[in-house]
Design a protein around this ligand. Structure first.
Ligand SMILES: NC(=O)c1ccc[n+]([C@@H]2O[C@H](COP(=O)([O-])OP(=O)(O)OC[C@H]3O[C@@H](n4cnc5c(N)ncnc54)[C@H](O)[C@@H]3O)[C@@H](O)[C@H]2O)c1
Ligand SMILES: O=P(O)(O)OC[C@H](O)CO
Length: 331
């Protein structure tokens, strides 16, 4: 039986554990809080993050990272992006020499603008062929409810992607392989920034034309950045690009869209941050995405506006100025 360690007992770490277990893997989840691990082991439910969802009884929860990592062929990382470096530094010595490290995270590191796979490579010192990414339209609660969805498992080593595909393929979760890790990671991280913009438009009472415009132009600026960074353009038309962008920008389950909506309704940023129990990755990653855009000389007007509102003290109304920019060809 394939052994998997899942680091992170939040909504996606837990939902993906369900997928792995129902695909036939032996899963041990790691989390920080003993009371949460005990409750999962006793009641087979993660009441805090996925209330009402029955977890397969074989899933074990622990607060001991060495126990979770022991013998794991796949080490799945599902902690907030900005905490990965610190956490993985502690866990790396416990991992098997040939373990495949799998990122579920959709963020870009602040300060370095590193993608999560780059942080993993740097901290764990593993070659890129042993680092995989899972990304797609995968709102955790819907997956946990076993609603059908597809996703992308990306690795530069196609055979590793194929092994991971097999490890997480169930009747309701259909993973496609891809070798474009850069494109899949950018699609996952930038869509959170665009979802903040769409949420703000929603909160301000804008209709579907405005939101469709932001989604479409958001995809255009994501693809521009991707092209500059060597990603495959097809990725952005796929599940990890358009698919995830649409799911996140339109779903009431999305933390990023919901966070943006609050800001659009006039909630002060500090209050919205204080009230968020779960992470809206785009709030921090928008600055790292902007850093990448500047590094690669790419214009990302929606990202710029989101940064100016989230971190520059500008009101959400400046977002509408986007649409009054000078007329130009659609590219
Ligand atoms: N929830 C989804 O629908 C979904 C889907 C796909 C991808 N993702 C991505 O997966 C990643 C994890 O998201 P999530 O939804 O599971 O988040 P979450 O907020 O539900 O859970 C985060 C988990 O990390 C733990 N955590 C917080 N700070 C920590 C720290 N400093 N060290 C260690 N653990 C810490 C929390 O206790 C919690 O268990 C994010 O990058 C997110 O963008 C989420
Ligand atoms: O809740 P969000 O906004 O973090 O988005 C969740 C997933 O990334 C959707 O695929």
């Amino acid at each position: 039986m394939t052994r998997c360690a899942v680091f992170g007992m939040g909504s996606w770490g837990t939902a993906f554990s369900v997928v792995l277990a129902e695909a036939g893997c032996d899963v041990v989840m790691w989390g920080r809080r003993p009371e949460q691990a005990d409750a999962i082991n006793a009641r087979h439910e993660n009441e805090e993050y996925l209330p009402g969802i029955a977890l397969p009884v074989g899933i074990e929860a622990t607060t001991d990272p060495a126990k979770a990592a022991e013998g794991a062929e796949f080490v799945v990382l599902a902690v907030p992006s900005q905490t990965l470096r610190g956490n993985l530094t502690a866990w790396a010595p416990m991992l098997s020499d040939d373990a495949i490290l799998v990122s579920l995270m959709k963020g870009v590191e602040l300060g370095t603008a590193n993608r999560m796979s780059e942080v993993i490579r740097e901290v764990a010192g593993v070659p890129e062929g042993r680092i995989a990414v899972v990304s797609g339209p995968n709102l955790a609660m819907e997956i946990a409810q076993r609603q059908p969805a597809a996703s992308v498992v990306a690795c530069t080593d196609e055979e590793v992607a194929r092994r991971l595909q097999e490890a997480c393929h169930t009747s309701y979760f259909r993973p496609y392989t891809n070798t474009d890790v850069v494109g899949c990671e950018l699609g996952g991280a930038v869509k959170n920034v665009i979802a903040l913009a769409v949420g703000m438009a929603d909160g301000m009472g804008m209709g579907d034309n405005t939101k469709a415009t932001l989604i479409t132009r958001g995809l255009a600026e994501t693809a521009r950045l991707g092209a500059a960074m060597g990603a495959d353009a097809h990725t952005f038309a796929g599940l990890a690009g358009l698919g995830d962008l649409v799911a996140t920008c339109t779903s009431p389950l999305s933390r990023n869209r919901t966070f943006g909506e609050k800001i659009g309704r006039g909630t002060p940023i500090e209050e919205a941050v204080r009230d968020s129990r779960q992470i809206a990755e785009g709030f921090k990653s928008c600055e790292s995405v902007q850093m990448l855009a500047r590094r690669y000389g790419v214009e990302m007007p929606i990202t710029d506006v989101v940064v100016s509102i989230m971190h520059g003290g500008k009101p959400p109304t400046v977002g509408m100025a986007l649409l009054s920019r000078s007329a130009k060809p659609e590219r």
